[in-house]
Design a protein around this ligand. Structure first.
Ligand SMILES: [Zn+2]
Ligand SMILES: [Zn+2]
Ligand SMILES: [Zn+2]
Length: 171
């Protein structure tokens, strides 16, 4: 079945982000209940912190924030919480930035292509089976077995493109 979905668009700077957070937290509750997994207060808090914006956030920043709230939060606490969130598909890891971003559609298993704005850091998430299939085919020709596909594309989001004043941006 061909899929060509935008799991998380660029929202732009003016949108009701509280709504994004509410939706993400509600989805997380449902997913954890279905998986019989415990969304502990700490895991919940880490997820909220990842969702504070659409920009990927690093584990170290999360730890810093958490330590302001709970002085005794140790690094393994944050990493374990992130592992849990990754395992349940609630967040994605952006390898090139070594950072985490909330998943736009955690209910579905999906391939992921990320468009990452190098100016403001906003991330959009796509699930395009044409891209995934092309990669699988190319890899197969090389006798390569694909285990995971995460594509990270750097560029400028619509907000940052219009700020720069020129419509065309070299990629
Ligand atoms: Zn938002
Ligand atoms: Zn996702
Ligand atoms: Zn941008």
């Amino acid at each position: 079945m061909a899929k060509n979905k935008v799991l998380e668009p660029f929202h732009g700077s003016r949108h009701d982000h509280d709504h994004c957070i509410d939706e993400a937290m509600a989805a997380a509750e449902i997913i954890c209940v279905a998986a019989e997994a415990r969304l502990t207060p700490l895991r919940r808090r880490v997820l909220e912190m990842v969702w504070q914006s659409h920009e990927p956030v690093g584990a170290y920043d999360l730890l810093n924030q958490l330590q302001k709230e709970k002085s005794r939060a140790a690094p393994p606490t944050v990493y374990r919480a992130l592992e849990f969130l990754l395992e349940h598909g609630l967040v994605h890891r952006i390898e090139t930035l070594n950072a985490y971003v909330g998943c736009g559609e955690p209910h579905s298993h999906h391939g992921a292509q990320f468009l990452i704005c190098r100016d403001c850091g906003a991330v959009a998430e796509l699930d395009d089976s044409d891209i995934s299939r092309t990669i699988l085919n190319k890899a197969k020709h090389q006798g390569f077995q694909v285990q995971r596909q995460t594509i990270e594309i750097m560029g400028l989001c619509p907000d940052c493109t219009s700020d720069s004043g020129n419509g065309h941006v070299a990629t």
